[in-house]
Design a protein around this ligand. Sequence first.
Ligand code: ZN
Length: 94
Amino acid sequence: MKTLLGLEKFGDFPKSRVLKAIDLYSKGAVSRERMAGESIYFTVKSNETHEVIYRIKMNEFLCDCRHFALKGSHCSHIIAVRLMMENKSNSEPA
Ligand SMILES: [Zn+2]
């Protein structure tokens, strides 16, 4: 399996959540849908499909899942999107 870049940035998150995010990213569940204004929209296909929004200026991530709504901390969907951003930035222009 290809080495993922940027994993050290997720050391503060529970390992199970990071592993789930790696799994989602590895199986291609994350897709970048569109850019609108100052935001980039992603979808993450887990058991349900979730929408993750990255607000560029604020450097802020939002997700529509229950975990994010309740805890406000980065869920596996957001971590999966961040993994994609980490791992694409070196090989492709943004
Ligand atoms: Zn989420």
